[in-house]
Design a protein around this ligand. Structure first.
Ligand SMILES: [Zn+2]
Length: 108
């Protein structure tokens, strides 16, 4: 059986020149929207965790990130440069947390 092609990954690079996306920008919310899921994974309150972006050096709380929820997983992006910082995927019987463009993660 042939696998269906998935929608573009939210952390992929911008569309190639000449490529016209079929949909507009994906709406996002603030990082508070994923606080519950992150708290389950980390075992502590997550919105006040401070992230330092590996791309631009911006320091911000998880609550200040831009959260994209309509993806194959939940994606947190840097509010300054849009780098993909955290990917949280709800898999059968487990939550998978992937840290991406983060230089440091400071727990309060
Ligand atoms: Zn950044």
């Amino acid at each position: 059986m042939r696998r269906q092609r998935m929608a573009p990954w939210p952390c992929s690079t911008p569309a190639r020149a000449g490529h016209r996306p079929k949909i507009g920008p994906t709406p996002h919310v603030d990082g508070n929207a994923v606080a519950g899921a992150l708290s389950l994974v980390l075992g502590r309150e997550a919105t006040t965790i401070v992230l330092e972006c590996a791309e631009c050096g911006d320091r911000h709380r998880v609550a200040e990130t831009r959260a994209y929820l309509r993806c194959p997983g939940m994606v947190l992006r840097c509010p300054a440069c849009s780098a993909c910082e955290v990917l949280l995927v709800d898999r059968p019987h487990r939550l998978q947390l992937t840290l991406m463009s983060i230089r440091t993660l400071q727990l309060p």
